[in-house]
Design a protein around this ligand. Sequence first.
Ligand code: HEC
Ligand code: HEC
Length: 204
Amino acid sequence: MRVESSVRVLSIALLVGSCSQQPPAETPAPAPIATPAQTQSGQAAGAPAAPPMTAADSARVAAAMAARRDSIEKDRTRLYNEELAWLAGRENQPAESVYKNIKLFKGQPAIRVLNIMARGFSPALGVSCSHCHVTGEYDREDKNTKQIARDMFAMLNGINAELKKIPNIKSTNPTVNCSTCHRGQARPGAGGGGPPRPAASPPG
Ligand code: HEC
Ligand code: HEC
């Protein structure tokens, strides 16, 4: 029990820590993936020839993507601020004494849960709160993305434990977090190099 919870605290610290910093310097990209230019124009290296996009097309796509990112970010900031106001005065109480359905973050200050939501999970996946929640009723389990997030968290602990066993890694504290895979996408592609996949299908 002790050990388990200290592992949990460690990974929470890493998660949050990584979110408040700039993304780490790019690690060398794995061999053949699309160049940024190709990705922007929506063409994957090695993918069957798609009709070429004009510069105007890619500018439109880029603008639409930026607008979507902005509105998602605005939405989650608004929802975060609402929850922050609700929590006022109880920020440092144990999460499970304030919230109704805490399984991962027992013993953590309540405010940390909110911060992980807003600075960790949501930006890592490029989503707003509604991707995993019925907003305003955050204890509910209607969306399976919420439990997937818990399972991903557990997977992360396993990966990080394995990572630490690999000798001769350059970083002193090599860590994988949600963003390592997700990089702002709800559904990181397995193939790599392709254009971002369509937004996640409505969870449920
Ligand atoms: C990727 C999925 C995901 C996203 C996105 C997400 N959450 Fe959560 N949220 C969770 C999970 C998982 C839990 C349960 C944590 C646990 O079991 O300890 C949770 C729990 C909560 C709780 C505690 C509810 C209770 O009473 O038990 C609140 C409040 C909350 N989230 C707010 C937010 C807000 C606000 C946002 C957007 C800024 C957000 N969440 C975004 C997955 C998510
Ligand atoms: C080792 C890589 C990896 C890490 C680390 C990882 N994920 Fe994932 N995640 C994936 C993959 C791959 C999928 C499946 C996407 C698909 O449906 O094809 C996925 C799917 C998900 C989904 C379902 C998305 C949807 O819309 O269907 C959620 C939610 C999620 N991850 C949350 C998280 C959270 C939160 C973290 C950090 C605690 C995390 N993931 C860490 C690789 C990862």
